[in-house]
Design a protein around this ligand. Structure first.
Ligand code: SAH
Length: 470
């Protein structure tokens, strides 16, 4: 969904009654044997020796033990194999034989010998969270696991099982998929779900609770749901700079309309089954395209959908948020606006430039100098001292911006900085004087998106290592 290659495809194997080969006889093999048996596998264990723990596990009827060295024939009739010996050569041999026989092999702690990896798991069966790092950082996987363990209620599995038992009842009572989806969304937030998580609930209480919830859903179902539009700021690029509210709403939307500036890593935080619609604007076609965006937003909302309108930075800063808000309000559609970190703020902190600073800048001004907007600006005011001016811009405009500032009285030695791809991988900061900056940018081959910060504070970008704010 990120549009980037996926290193591994996570899947959950149903091993009940399936034959699985385990090669190895030590403590690690015993641990893997216990896990595979929990998953219901029929185990064939191959090893010249066995530790005491494994001897005990081999008593089980679903285990067949062979006191032998591994041979490819041991893979016969197996759907999966685990190599858990302390001999890297044997593990490699199992891996190679598995590849030849088209059986997936996991060699413990040895991704190179493996054709699949076993994730760390958080078990709330039937809910299972699997964490993988592609073998890159097992310690990180363990830490994540501890965090997720503490997040998930102990009885989550019971809640899921209860939901599973009620599916037929809910399907019979609520005729459409949409009604059922809403029912389940409401159910998992309900007081009944909280009670199921808190401890056992009697069958009679659970029945009464479900009857009531289903009744409420049927009553609501008679009324069409009113769609909404959420105008959400995606921040400057780094997905960790999304607000909590943005994340929550992105997890709930049915459809997302997003701009060119929204990076793949942010889109990856959108609910997986939400429809994604790219509405990036092509330069020179703003007017018609903007109209089309309004039409799309209104049409989706009128179908009763929760529509996320995701824009780079903040939706109310150089983003036509005002026009979209007006069009939606006029169409009678409810709108929520969620702020985002605007590019100027993202760039300033990433480049460690304070936008205001005693003695250097008492005010800060955000300006766009794109297209015809440039002519209408009060350049004399922008050239005045003791302020910081941040230009949201097309890179091509840079020489004209500098020329106009100098023409209107800005000293050529005033400091300036360009921040390219702020908060994104490959971010660059180029700093110099107004007189130098256009040439420096050209020499560095600066590309979009980038912004220009003009004012004495820009000196910090090059010279001062400010302590990072946590
Ligand atoms: N609503 C957005 C601004 C959209 S205008 C916001 O609040 O940030 C587009 C301009 O924003 C770009 O031309 C560029 O100047 C600036 N911009 C957006 N993201 C940027 C980034 N990651 N790094 C540098 N500049 C960025």
């Amino acid at each position: 969904m990120r549009g980037l290659p996926l290193d591994y495809l996570p899947v959950f194997l149903d091993l009940r009654g399936q034959r699985v080969l385990l090669v190895g006889g030590g403590a690690v093999a015993a641990r893997k044997a216990a896990l595979l048996l929990e998953a219901g596998a029929q185990l064939r264990i191959v090893s010249p020796e066995r530790c005491a723990e494994l001897v005990q596990l081999c008593e089980r009827p679903s285990v067949h033990y062979l006191a032998a060295r591994f041979e490819p024939a041991h893979l016969d009739a197996c759907v999966f194999a685990v190599a858990a010996t302390d001999d890297a050569a044997v593990n490699l041999q199992v891996g190679a034989a598995g590849r030849a026989a088209r059986v997936f092999v996991n060699a413990v702690d040895d991704p190179a010998a493996s054709s699949c990896l076993m994730p760390s798991i958080v078990d709330r069966s039937p809910v299972i969270v699997a964490i993988g790092t592609g073998g890159a950082a097992p310690t990180l996987a363990r830490k994540l696991r501890a965090r997720i363990e503490s997040l998930l209620p102990e009885r989550l599995g019971e809640l899921a099982r209860e939901a599973s038992n009620r599916r037929a009842q809910v399907r019979a009572a609520l005729p459409t998929l949409e009604l059922r989806q809403r029912f389940w969304e409401d159910f998992f937030d309900s007081a009944l779900a909280q009670r199921l998580l808190a401890g056992p609930v009697s069958a009679a209480d659970a029945d009464a609770g479900f009857d009531q919830q289903i009744g409420a859903a049927r009553a609501r179902g008679a009324l069409p749901r009113a769609g909404e539009v959420w105008l959400i700021g995606a921040g400057p690029g780094d997905p960790d700079l999304l607000t909590l509210r943005a994340q929550q709403l992105l997890q709930q939307c049915d459809v997302v309309l997003y701009d060119r500036l929204v990076p793949a890593a942010v889109l990856a935080r959108v609910r997986r089954d939400a429809e994604r619609v790219f509405v990036g604007k092509e330069p020179g076609r703003h007017r018609t395209t903007q109209q089309r965006i309004h039409e799309l937003l209104i049409a989706h909302a009128r179908r009763g959908l929760r529509v996320a309108r995701l824009k780079g930075g903040d939706p109310m800063v150089f983003a036509r948020g005002g026009e979209e808000l007006a069009a939606l309000t006029q169409a009678g559609i409810a709108v929520i606006v969620v702020p985002g970190v605007t590019a100027a703020l993202g760039a300033a902190s990433a480049a460690r430039i304070p936008l205001t600073h005693r003695g250097a800048a008492q005010s800060v001004c955000f300006v766009t100098a794109m297209g015809e907007a440039a002519a209408a600006l009060d350049w004399r005011a922008l050239a005045a001292p003791l302020q910081t001016v941040v230009f949201y811009m097309g890179v091509a405009q840079l020489p004209q911006i500098v020329a106009r500032l100098v023409e209107h009285g800005a000293p050529p030695q005033r400091r300036a900085a360009i921040v390219e791809h702020a908060t994104l991988p490959g971010q660059r900061v180029i700093a110099g004087t107004l007189a130098q900056i256009a040439a420096l940018a050209a020499a560095a081959g600066v590309g979009a998106p980038a912004l220009l910060i003009v004012g004495d504070v820009a000196e910090f970008a090059a010279t001062v290592d400010l302590p990072e704010l946590k």
